[in-house]
Design a protein around this ligand. Structure first.
Ligand code: ATP
Ligand code: MG
Length: 251
């Protein structure tokens, strides 16, 4: 079953003087199935973030269609789109995006508060996720008192709290050292294999990408190539990823 289907996605920006169009995405078609983990890689400026933002309904394509589950999201009005994202999708960013004035626990609770969940439910859900991501001991701390790795684990907990259909992550290991990156990717691995969460990840990090089942390589706004792990090892997949990146020339 397709969880996400993107058909012929084009995105162009007008420059300041409306003279010339900048074509960022040039006809991207892809599908994501339930429980898949997919990485999107490609050179800086190739359109990865633009694509992720369109696939997740944060941005609208110039033309083309994105369907998540049964919902065509590309032409939802702003309010409906925000509500859909809040209820159905999870987001993780490079810079964690935690609210500094809230504790770890309050940050994780926030999406449930917006959904008016009961206190009992929220306490149980925080406890469950905090145990899973090993952040129980820091639930009452503020983001500036915890490490980058702990902040990202908090952000992933927050992203998962409403059981999203898809977890979108833009460079989730970009601000982490290699040890914390590995920890985050092990957790992603766990939530894909054990919780059957669907993950769509944009990354420059070959090690992070090697954890995924499939990798799309984007260049100049088109899909340059596509590879699948097909049951092979992470180590073997990492080598194939590097070969594909070398073909693209620059990362
Ligand atoms: N709002 C905008 N207006 C005009 N051009 C934009 C806008 N947003 C992105 N672009 C352009 O679209 C292109 C792709 O940007 P995007 O952020 O998607 O790249 P990326 O692949 O995520 O790069 P990076 O790896 O550096 O994060 C760039 O040339 C960028 O300048
Ligand atoms: Mg980007």
């Amino acid at each position: 079953m397709n969880t996400l289907e993107a058909k012929q996605i084009f995105k162009a920006y007008k420059n300041e003087h409306d003279e010339e169009e900048i074509k960022v995405l040039n006809g991207i078609t892809l599908t994501v199935q339930k429980g898949e983990s997919i990485a999107i890689m490609g050179p800086s400026g190739s359109g990865k973030t633009t694509l992720l933002n369109i696939l997740s309904g944060m941005d609208q394509p110039t033309s083309g269609e994105v369907i998540i589950g049964e919902q065509a999201i590309s032409n939802l009005k702003a309010d409906a789109s925000a509500e859909f994202r809040r209820k159905q999708l999870g987001f993780v960013f490079q810079d964690f995006n935690l609210l500094e004035s809230l504790t770890v626990k309050e940050n994780i609770m926030l999406p449930m508060i917006l959904e008016k969940k009961s206190n009992l439910y929220m306490e149980a859900r925080v406890d469950e996720l905090a145990s899973l991501f090993d952040i129980k001991a820091i639930l009452n701390k503020y983001p500036y008192h915890i490490s980058g790795g702990q902040q990202q684990r908090t952000a992933v907990s927050r992203a998962l709290v409403n059981n999203p259909q898809i977890l979108f992550a833009d460079e989730p290991t970009g601000n982490l050292d290699s040890k914390s990156s590995a920890v985050i990717m092990e957790y992603f691995d766990h939530i894909v294999t054990k919780l059957h969460t669907t993950i769509l990840l944009v990354t420059h990090d070959v090690f992070a990408a090697s954890y995924c089942e499939k990798v799309y390589f984007i260049n100049d706004g088109t899909i340059h190539s596509f590879i699948s792990k097909n049951g092979g090892s992470k180590e073997a997949f990492l080598n194939v990823i590097m070969e594909n990146l070398a073909q693209l020339g620059r990362v």
